[in-house]
Design a protein around this ligand. Structure first.
Ligand code: KG4
Ligand code: ZN
Length: 343
């Protein structure tokens, strides 16, 4: 049996978690703790990298103590320490990596770097009904929008991705135009509940390209045009209608392209991961479209859609089980702020 401590610090969430691996059995999440910096960055309308790094420094050790206490374990019970190596904010990554590698050295255990997107991709393995390989993955976060064919842990072939903004970025930028706080995705989704998704005819870029690729930059421009037309003091219903129409445009594209990727690969399983995977309309529409086609859809638990330490510890555990981990014991490390999954 091995216990893996995982650290996530790539952006504005400090996450720590402990996962246990025993033989071939599904790895078991023993404890996790998370601190979100959202309220700190909200005043600036987005993440301030230097503030993010400093806050990770403040949070990471108290969260580690909390995780160990929840699990009723001590530092000596840890066999491996995993951390997010990238992609993400360089300074923020350095905090998690630095703490992970020094703690590993002091405990004389190895340290294992993990790709943040692999963490998202494998996060449905933390749910009660984990997927089986192979599957198509729709990865929709604040920085990435990709469709991938996943044959096993570490085997990721990109089928299509965004040529400009990510889906989360499209949500966040449109929400900002609607006067909503950062990060706008969940706020826009809440406002959209009261709106008419057909009130505004917004573009669905590349919808008919015939390829599983995405482009969302034009949508934000279209939303800006509508915001200007509406004028300075729109009523709540108008804002809700625009929010609902924006969400519908993003979701339509994500659903259509996911179906295209499923058709191209002939696979009957879809995994949705990343922050936008929490979106209720996306889940509803994907569930309906996939049910018609006999495709099973898997999502991470709602609380594990956005960044967290559990997905990093889980990705490490799945790698360890497959003998794919190449941990280091020499105290050295590097972070990779820009890093393609599959490279
Ligand atoms: O995966 P994540 O936590 O961070 C990155 O790795 O980027 O994703 C954050 C993104 C943000 O853009 C946020 O607005 C979006 O996920 N998001 C949502 C919802 N919850 C989070 N977008 C739409 N609807 C939601 N319910
Ligand atoms: Zn993320």
């Amino acid at each position: 049996m091995r216990r893996i401590l995982g650290f996530e610090s790539s952006c504005d969430e400090t996450g720590v978690a402990l996962v246990e691996v025993a033989g071939d059995a599904p790895p078991n999440l023993l404890a996790q703790a998370l601190h979100s910096q959202i309220s700190m960055h909200q005043a600036y309308g987005g993440v301030v990298p230097e503030l993010a790094s400093r806050d990770h420094v403040r949070r990471v050790l108290p969260l580690t103590r909390e995780v160990l206490s929840q699990a009723g374990l001590a530092l000596d019970d840890i066999d491996l320490i995993a951390y997010t190596q990238g992609p993400g904010l360089a300074g923020a990554l350095l905090v998690g990596a630095g703490v992970a590698v020094s703690l590993a050295a002091s405990l004389d255990v190895p340290a294992l770097p993990i790709h943040h997107l692999e963490g998202h991709l494998l996060s449905p393995f933390l749910s009660a009904d984990p997927p089986q390989f192979p599957f198509v993955a729709l990865l929709v976060s604040g920085g990435h929008t990709q469709l991938m064919r996943v044959d096993d842990v570490g085997s990721y072939a990109i089928l299509g991705e965004t040529i400009d903004d990510a889906a989360g970025e499209a949500f966040d930028k449109s929400a900002k135009l609607l006067g909503l706080p950062y990060p706008g995705g969940p706020h826009l989704a809440r406002m959209a509940e009261f709106g008419d998704p057909e009130a505004y005819a917004l573009p669905r870029p590349l919808l008919h390209s015939g390829k599983p690729d995405f482009s969302f930059a034009g949508l934000k421009t279209a939303v800006l045009t509508q915001v200007k037309k509406i004028g300075e003091a729109p009523c709540d219903q108008t804002r809700a209608d625009l929010a609902a129409s924006t969400q519908a445009a993003i979701v339509d594209v994500l659903v259509k392209k996911s179906l295209l990727a499923l058709k191209e690969t002939g696979l009957k399983r879809l995994v949705v991961a990343g922050g936008v995977g929490a979106n209720a309309r996306l889940r509803e529409q994907l569930n309906a479209a996939c049910a018609k086609r006999g495709v099973r859809v898997h999502y991470p638990e709602l609380s594990l859609c956005t960044d967290n330490g559990a997905m990093i510890a889980m990705a490490a555990a799945l790698r360890v089980q497959r003998d794919m981990a190449q941990p280091r014991r020499d105290g050295g490390f590097e972070v990779r702020p820009r890093w393609e999954l599959g490279s």
